[in-house]
Structures are given as structure tokens and as C-alpha cells.
Ligand binder design. Structure first.
Ligand code: ATP
Ligand code: BTN
Length: 259
């Protein structure tokens, strides 16, 4: 990816400033520090390689040089958006899934923060915040997409099967094009953050919907049931074998198909 070509392609989009790195620890760390300083809304940090890419709870996210997209988008939410920030992860997942679907890929959202194609993970999303007192000042949306085959970690390192866009499309897509499509989809969807329409769009793309799943929370024994979607604030809903509806909060939650 060439920095000038990147900036030229993205100049059509209404973004803030852009910071590009050949190699970085984690784009989210850079974005959090920049957000805490003076980053304008919709500023972007992007890197060719991450040496300390993170998933939730500091689990590792692999980003080998030149094979993937690893970027973080900084949002300075408006007063109107602030009550709805729990939906940001859904908004980002929807933007990625919708943009991949326009390429003909059957992308779905694995609640709460992954995008899958054919039940294999192609994208992970990590949302982090900068606080000012007891208010969120900025949100950092970290997005990792496996674009080329070389971005997919060895199966032994994975807790959930993974794939790449190259594998799914049968040819390698241009990384800058994929990035600008995702960002354009995000900009188009952002006004829906405050609307319940976002929930139905999200619900329509949920992987494993109406299927038997197991949810591991890390603190309670695994819960099994039929996945019946999510509620307006983003909690997962399961219908158990006893006919009870159980809701599970976003947190250290893992959703697995029961097959
Ligand atoms: P899961 O993917 O297990 O449902 P999760 O969404 O909580 O859980 P995290 O644990 O936050 O995922 O993400 C990190 C995990 O993603 C790592 O433990 C690793 O198994 C997996 N992983 C790391 N790099 C990649 C990658 N490039 N593509 C796909 N999966 C990856
Ligand atoms: C997950 O699957 O749980 C989240 C993975 C998020 C990875 C992205 S890559 C860009 C940004 N920088 C990071 O260190 N993590 C996110």
C-alpha cells in the first residue's frame, strides 16, 4: 500500500486527518493517544503491520505486513450520539459486512464483534473509549480485515476458524479499495446510530440466527439455547430448552455454533 495512493483514494471521503505507519504496535494504541490529544472526528490510523495487535481482553490479533487491513477510526460523538455508544460495535460490523456483501460475499455478523464469511472469521473489531470524567469523550473503532491469504494465522493459533477475502473471492482484492468501501459504508450508516433501524439492519445479518448455540461468558457455566437475536441495547438473547429467554451482556462473551 502506497501512502500517497492511500491518501488520494480516501480524499473523496469526509474523514478527519490520517496517520499512516509501515509498522506499529497497535493502531488502537496510537488512536487512543491521538484521541486523548487533539484528533478531529473521523481521523484514521492505519498500518501495514502490527506487532502487538489486540483483540478483546488483550488477546492477540495477527497482522502480518502487507497482507491485511489494520486501522482505527476515531469518533468524537455528538451529544445526540452519546446515549447510543453501546451500538458502535454493531455499526462498525454492519459497515464491514454490508461493504463485503456489495462484492458478492455472504458476510454475516457474529455477535458481538466479528464478521464471518461461510462461518469463518474475516474481520475482528475492537472498540475502546477515551473518558473525560464519567463521560465518553472519544471512541476508537479498531478494525482488522484479513484481505490476502497470508493474513490468516495458522489454525493452531485460532479459537475460531478464519478466512481471507482472497480465499473467498478466488482472487486478491485491492486493499485500498476494500478500505475505502468499508469507510464509505460506515459514513453512510453513522446517522443510523441514533435510530432503531440500526437494530433491524444488524439483526438481519446475524450469523447463527435461529440456530443452536453455546455462549461462554468466562464467569458462569456455558449457556446453550437457540439464538434469537439481540435487544435494543445490543444484548444477546437466547431461548433455552426450558423456554426461558436469557439475555447476555456484551463483555467477555464467546458465541459458538452447537454442532
Ligand atoms: P472468538 O473469535 O473466539 O469468537 P472474540 O471475538 O472475542 O472471540 P478475540 O479473542 O477478541 O475474539 O480476538 C482475538 C482472537 O482472534 C485470538 O484469540 C485469535 O484466536 C483470533 N485471531 C487473531 N488474529 C486473527 C486473524 N488475523 N484472523 C482471524 N482470527 C484471528
Ligand atoms: C477481535 O476479533 O476481537 C478484535 C480484533 C481487532 C483487531 C483490530 S486491527 C486494528 C486495531 N488495532 C488493534 O490492535 N486491534 C484492532
Amino acid at each position: 500500500m502506497n501512502q500517497n495512493e492511500l491518501k488520494k483514494s480516501l480524499s473523496k471521503l469526509e474523514l478527519g486527518d490520517i496517520r499512516y505507519f509501515e509498522s506499529i504496535g497497535s493502531t488502537n494504541d496510537e488512536a487512543l493517544a491521538w484521541a486523548a490529544a487533539d484528533a478531529p472526528d473521523l481521523s484514521l490510523v492505519i498500518a501495514e503491520e502490527q506487532t502487538a495487535g489486540r483483540g478483546r481482553l488483550d488477546r492477540k490479533w495477527f497482522t502480518p505486513r502487507g497482507t491485511a487491513l489494520a486501522f482505527s477510526l476515531i469518533l468524537r460523538p455528538s451529544a445526540e450520539e452519546k446515549p447510543h455508544l453501546s451500538r458502535t460495535v454493531g455499526l462498525a460490523a454492519l459497515a464491514v459486512a454490508e461493504s463485503l456483501r456489495t462484492r458478492g460475499l455472504a458476510a454475516q455478523i457474529k455477535w458481538p464483534n466479528d464478521v464471518l464469511i461461510h462461518e469463518r472469521k474475516v474481520c475482528g473489531i475492537l472498540v475502546e473509549s477515551v473518558w473525560s470524567g464519567d463521560e465518553v469523550d472519544c471512541v476508537v473503532l479498531g478494525i482488522g480485515v484479513n484481505v490476502l491469504k497470508g493474513s490468516v494465522p495458522p489454525a493452531d493459533d485460532l479459537l475460531f476458524p478464519a478466512t481471507s477475502l482472497e480465499e473467498e473471492l478466488g482472487q486478491p482484492p485491492d486493499r485500498v479499495e476494500v478500505l475505502s468501501e468499508i469507510l464509505a459504508a460506515f459514513l453512510a450508516l453513522r446517522p443510523r446510530l441514533i435510530s432503531d433501524e440500526l437494530i433491524s439492519l444488524w439483526q438481519g445479518l446475524l450469523a447463527f440466527h435461529a440456530k443452536a448455540v453455546q455462549v461462554e461468558t468466562g464467569t458462569t457455566p456455558p449457556i446453550s439455547g437457540t439464538f434469537i437475536g439481540r435487544d435494543p441495547v445490543g444484548r444477546l438473547r437466547l431461548l433455552t430448552a426450558h423456554g426461558e429467554i436469557v439475555t447476555v451482556r456484551f463483555g467477555d462473551v464467546r458465541l459458538r455454533p452447537l454442532t
